[in-house]
Design a protein around this ligand. Structure first.
Ligand code: ZN
Length: 160
């Protein structure tokens, strides 16, 4: 069966950066299951998988704009610690959900200096060219319930 919109696709993948360092991989674990055409993968990878079939392997290079985005300096903000009150001690690496003009966004604390905290709303992989090695291990039609929920049920997906 070919990969097309509204089909559940199961893949094994390894993601490397430009230097060849492995950033993420499903190797040795459960494969990833997602619904094609619902923006569950970065756009460059999802479009490269369209039309592929079970058993296909592919190497995909995804530019930042089709991956986790181009770094936006406007998403880096310095705020007083007291504006994050209720979060306990603020440490580098902590993440906060915050409302922005584009909806909810995840911010990562990148620095704490005195009473000021630097928050970065860019994805940690923004500006990175992504190198994916992918093996398609399964393709099937999504159930009506999966399409309604927007995620896969069962192996590699949600259990609820
Ligand atoms: Zn569900």
């Amino acid at each position: 069966m070919e990969i097309a919109a509204d089909r559940v696709v199961t893949i094994h993948y390894t993601l490397k950066d430009d230097s060849g360092a492995v950033l993420d991989s499903s190797a040795g674990g459960e494969p990833l299951a997602y619904i094609q055409g619902h923006g569950n993968l970065v756009p460059g990878l999802e479009s490269a998988l369209e039309g592929k079939q079970d058993g296909n392997t592919l190497a995909v290079v995804v530019a930042p704009a089709d991956g986790y985005g181009v770094r936006d300096a406007a998403l880096v903000q310095r705020v007083p610690k007291r504006s994050l009150q209720g979060s306990g001690e603020i440490k580098k690496g902590m993440q906060f959900q915050a409302r922005t003009g584009d909806g909810m966004r995840l911010f990562t604390v990148t620095a704490v200096v005195g009473d000021m905290v630097t928050l970065d709303g860019n994805h940690p992989l923004a500006d990175q060219t992504l190198h994916f090695d992918v093996e398609v291990v399964g393709v099937r039609d999504a159930t009506a319930e999966e399409l309604e929920h927007g995620h896969v049920h069962g192996a590699g997906g949600h259990h609820h």
